[in-house]
Design a protein around this ligand. Structure first.
Ligand code: MN
Length: 289
């Protein structure tokens, strides 16, 4: 199943003919009282709502994809987690280009992923592809990082690597945008609009193995990044287990699983296009603040 959020917070199922409006399913979510639980309530109840989602979708005519403005398929993650230096070729380019590793290189040596740990991005930085990335610091270098994004489906803590994939609701294309500089990653990667997720969530059962997906990114049609998720240093399951060893993961939490070589700058006016096996493609415009 492919689930999206679009236009003015509509919920959609994406099928061959386009987007089917299933927003009325939200009436089936439990009524909540303050303090609201952490996480995304639609993702938390996605499994039980699937039959109803399909029934509603069967009854409505689809809207063509081209007529839809895609928001992030997750509205309320409690965390956006980032995985650094998770492809050898990106680790190598980070050593070769000191601007990439200003904040985390020591004596010209990039820290390995196990030493670096995971990092967090502000949830307020999350957008969907149609919203566009905004350049806040045009005098500094802002880079794209194309990544596999995964969305946690249920509350888990200290989950084993062996069981970890059972906690995944689904996958989406992610862009982990960053201003290069000396500050902490969590600061430079948390600018508004710097976490792009889209264009929809492909449920884990439909995507299958997340460890064998080709993906690529172009800027204004020029190839920049091309890789396969099998080249991750720390695979998807171990990332989930590792993250959950430090903090409880909640439904809707996002992990951006790391970027391969080819990261590079974007400027206002550019268009980034990302294509991913098993998910689809998304275009993201870059604009001035
Ligand atoms: Mn990244």
């Amino acid at each position: 199943m492919r689930l999206c959020r679009y236009n003015d917070n509509r919920i959609g199922l994406v099928r061959a003919g386009g987007v089917h409006d299933v927003t009325s399913v939200l009436q089936s979510l439990p009524k909540l009282t303050y303090p609201f639980p952490l996480g995304d309530q639609l993702i938390a109840h996605l499994d039980s709502l699937r039959p109803e989602l399909e029934r509603i979708a069967d009854r409505v005519k689809p809207v063509p994809l081209a007529d839809v403005r895609f928001l992030s398929p997750v509205a309320n993650p409690s965390k956006v987690i980032g995985t650094p230096v998770n492809y050898e070729d990106h680790a190598a380019e980070a050593i070769a280009d000191p601007v990439i590793s200003l904040a985390h290189a020591e004596h010209g040596k990039q820290r390995k992923i196990e030493e670096a740990g995971l990092f967090l991005k502000a949830t307020s930085s999350l957008i969907g592809p149609s919203e566009g990335v905004v350049i806040r610091f045009p005098e500094r270098r802002t880079d794209h990082e194309a990544e596999l994004g995964l969305v946690i489906g249920r509350r888990v803590s200290n989950i084993s690597e062996q069981d970890a994939l059972s906690a995944v609701a689904g996958y989406a294309i992610a862009l982990d945008m960053v201003v290069r500089g000396t500050e902490d990653r969590s600061f430079r990667k948390s600018c508004d609009t710097f976490s792009v997720l889209g264009p929809w969530l492909v449920t884990a059962d439909e995507l299958g193995d997340p460890g064998a997906l080709n993906f690529s990114l172009t800027v204004n049609g020029e190839p920049r990044q091309q890789a396969n998720t099998r080249d991750m240093i720390v695979g998807v399951a171990r990332q989930i287990a590792w993250a959950s060893s430090m903090y409880t993961l909640y439904p809707g939490d996002i992990i951006m699983t790391g970027t391969p070589a080819g990261v590079g700058p974007v400027r206002a006016g550019d268009t980034m296009s990302v294509t991913f096996d098993g998910i689809g493609a998304m275009e993201v415009r870059v604009r001035a603040a």
